[in-house]
Design a binder for this molecule. Structure first.
Ligand SMILES: Cc1cc2nc3c(=O)[nH]c(=O)nc-3n(C[C@H](O)[C@H](O)[C@H](O)COP(=O)(O)OP(=O)(O)OC[C@H]3O[C@@H](n4cnc5c(N)ncnc54)[C@H](O)[C@@H]3O)c2cc1C
Length: 379
């Protein structure tokens, strides 16, 4: 599996998937046939996470092929990531607390042999070891495999979910503060309190097409318990009434300015912000840093082709720039940097997020009711 870092490649992947495989998505999506056979799922997440293509673009393309009802499952999945994002935006302390806990646990586990065996893929669970290798080599895992992986990590290897979430963020090309942190919390049983996800040998065997057998797992573990609960922090995600001709900052989550809601606005200059490991709480693998750099360079190239004045700068150089807006970077490492540097910024929010995040106060079941309304706003 190769993820090439460019918008044309992302569009090609989208078109290929919609034309050939979308029709069977809801029937086949849960199967992990192995890294060489990924046509049953879209493999678009590394691109969507970085804003190379947008959720709206993906959904509209799917709807150009099939009706809403035939597409319902796929559309729900695409909107899950917006739901997780909105959920975290309304409860940003979940991310802040996660990083604090991670820092403590990291120290406690730095010499823990169980942990070291897990991240080296040297456990006595063959499928798990294979997935560690796959994660490091391909920087991607199938959704069902992420669920099994996290469940084995937490309930059979008995390691803290926080370290597993860090391991994913280090390597996943689609690594995303919301989907990843909340995905791990959900498997552990602290997201929906008292409800955890337990991987079973039967399920792994079936959905890997018998590629793995004789897997000894703890299939009776109880959910993890968290003493913390999080209240919603009410926030306005409002844009300025009038967008002035200032500079614009773009972070790694919005790397296709030409398809954003702000493409018609005039900005003096666009700064593409690169955040290497010096300013991250979770250090990324070398391959992931390179992937992000290539995506940023691809955006720079597309902007320059349109004669838009732009420049790539490191996040540490932000203090040298004045008078700007920023496309909102979402709860995560980049926003943390801005907050810790006390930079006062006027954010620009995507219309889709402004609309959808107001429905993220409850569970996904409730959010689903608003999907037709969200989609009707695309036209
Ligand atoms: C423990 C755990 C950690 C995860 N970490 C991440 C992460 O860091 N970044 C990330 O983008 N996704 C994460 N996911 C969600 C999901 O596994 C991936 O989005 C999906 O596997 C991407 O593959 P795809 O593009 O082929 O998905 P498809 O099945 O083709 O789905 C299409 C799109 O829908 C979205 N999507 C699908 N399933 C989910 C889901 N369960 N949650 C949120 N969005 C979804 C993605 O944007 C995806 O590209 C995680 C899931 C779990 C269980």
């Amino acid at each position: 599996m190769i993820f090439e870092a460019s918008r044309p490649k992302a569009l090609n992947q989208l078109n290929k998937f919609v034309d050939n495989n979308l029709g069977e998505y809801s029937k086949l999506r849960n199967f992990d046939f192995g890294p060489e056979k990924r046509t049953n799922i879209s493999c678009l997440s590394p691109y969507i996470t970085h804003g190379i293509i947008t959720e709206q673009e993906v959904i509209l393309k799917a709807l150009s092929k099939f009706s809403f009802s035939k597409n319902e499952k796929f559309i729900q999945e695409v909107l899950w990531r917006i739901y997780w994002k909105g959920w975290l935006e309304l409860r940003p302390n979940v991310w802040a607390d996660y990083l604090v806990e991670l820092n403590q646990i990291r120290n406690d586990f730095q010499n823990n042999q169980n942990y070291l065996n897990a991240i080296e893929g040297k456990t006595n669970i063959d499928c798990f070891n294979e997935w560690v290798k796959e994660l490091k080599e391909n920087n991607y895992l199938h959704n069902h495999t992420r669920m099994w992986f996290a469940s084995i990590w937490i309930f059979t290897l008995e390691l803290p979910w926080q370290l597993g979430a860090e391991f994913f963020m280090k390597h996943l090309y689609d690594g995303d503060a919301a989907s990843n942190t909340l995905g791990w919390r959900w498997v552990a049983g602290v997201q929906t309190q008292g409800k955890h996800y337990l991987a079973t040998e039967w399920n792994i065997k079936k959905f890997t097409n018998n590629r793995f057998k004789n897997i000894k797992l703890n299939e009776n573990a109880t959910p993890k318990v968290s003493g913390k609960s999080y209240q919603i922090i009410k926030q306005d995600f409002n844009n300025p009434q009038k967008i002035e001709n200032r500079n614009l900052l773009i972070f790694e989550n919005n790397l296709s300015f030409e398809i954003t809601d702000f493409k018609e606005n005039n900005f003096k200059k666009i700064y593409l912000i690169s955040n290497k490991n010096e300013n991250r709480a979770i250090k990324l693998s070398e391959k992931l840093v390179k992937f992000k750099s290539h995506l940023i360079e691809d955006q720079e190239k597309r902007l320059k082709n349109k004669s838009i004045d732009c420049q790539i700068i490191d996040i540490s150089e932000l203090t040298n720039i004045e008078n700007y807006y920023s496309l909102y970077p979402n709860v995560g490492e980049n926003l943390d940097f801005l907050n810790s540097s006390n930079l006062k910024i006027d954010f620009l929010y995507r219309n889709l997020d402004q609309l959808a995040w107001q429905y993220c106060n409850k569970g996904f079941f409730n959010f689903k009711n608003y999907i037709p309304k969200i989609i009707s706003s695309f036209n």
